[in-house]
Design a protein around this ligand. Structure first.
Ligand SMILES: C[S@@+](CC[C@H](N)C(=O)[O-])C[C@H]1O[C@@H](n2cnc3c(N)ncnc32)[C@H](O)[C@@H]1O
Length: 257
């Protein structure tokens, strides 16, 4: 069953997924379809109920205090219709919303890699919050790709004021994700629900072509993956970890690098 994974509906404590699950359970119960109703309730418990746990409230607190702690400007959500974006992919883009701090840190810190041998790329990097979280680790390079000039400019200011960088180089690139040239380094690719499948499949095709040509170690971290098939159809990507809505894939080089 495919579900809309928009996490937080504006001005509502309950997400779209919560309300959709509840409505479907109601319909099944009305028709005495207990197995179907139980399946959806189980899906909700596994995937969504953590948002009602203390850790989620801690997550909210850490994310909201991030800017005051570091002197940055990353929190406020921005609708893409309010921005001047010169790209045919504008309509496929998702509004700017920053990645949650606690969970994203946790996932990035859990990668068992020598960070100094990897470049981190955030596709749809917005105001750059995830670039800053990645920069806390000693990555070779941290690169953000953003197609809004205004969000890119904001990311540049955030990078400039952030004083906790361990990465050698941190940059925001003003570019459409489909046109970004995939670096030839070992990579950690990060996506936080940046665009629809039309654009994602083009970006993944670019990644795949680059990897087939120059095999190297690559991890993809996806937060709010709309459809697992998008990675799993690229048969060399293997799911190595899932935590809440974070999926971590590793590209299988087919040889020991
Ligand atoms: C949900 S935000 C993610 C923000 C950031 N990655 C983070 O983790 O805090 C999605 C971002 O993707 C950008 N975006 C959407 N489509 C894009 C595209 N085709 N090329 C580059 N950026 C894009 C939007 O402007 C927005 O800033």
């Amino acid at each position: 069953m495919k579900r809309n994974l928009t996490a937080y509906t504006k001005n509502s404590f309950f997400s779209y997924a919560d309300r959709q699950a509840l409505a479907e359970i109601g319909v099944h119960l009305k028709h005495l379809q207990l197995i179907e109703a139980t399946k959806i309730a189980y899906w909700w418990l596994v995937n969504e109920s953590w948002r009602f746990s203390p850790i989620f409230f801690y997550e909210q607190y850490v994310s909201r205090s991030f800017d005051s702690q570091y002197g940055t400007d990353t929190l406020a959500r921005v609708d893409l219709t309010t921005l001047d974006i010169d790209s045919p992919n504008k309509d496929y883009g998702v509004y700017y919303q920053a990645s949650p701090v606690y969970s994203t840190r946790k996932v990035l810190h859990s990668l068992k890699i020598a960070y100094e041998e990897f470049t981190f790329v955030d596709f749809g990097s917005g105001k750059g919050r995830t670039l800053l979280l990645a920069a806390e680790l000693p990555f070779q390079r941290v690169i953000g790709v953003e197609f809004s000039r205004e969000l890119h400019a904001c990311a540049l200011s955030n990078i400039a004021v952030f004083a906790h960088k361990k990465a050698k180089l941190v940059e925001s690139v003003y570019c459409d994700a489909t046109l970004f040239e995939i670096p030839l380094d070992n990579l950690v690719l990060y996506f936080f629900n940046p665009f629809d499948e039309e654009v994602l499949s083009q970006v993944l095709a670019n990644v795949n072509i680059s990897l087939e040509k120059h095999p190297r170690r690559v991890f993809a971290v996806y937060h709010y993956l709309p459809d697992k098939g998008l990675f799993e159809n690229l048969d060399r990507f293997r799911l190595i970890k899932q935590w809440h809505r974070y999926y971590v894939y590793e590209w299988n080089t087919g040889s020991k690098l």
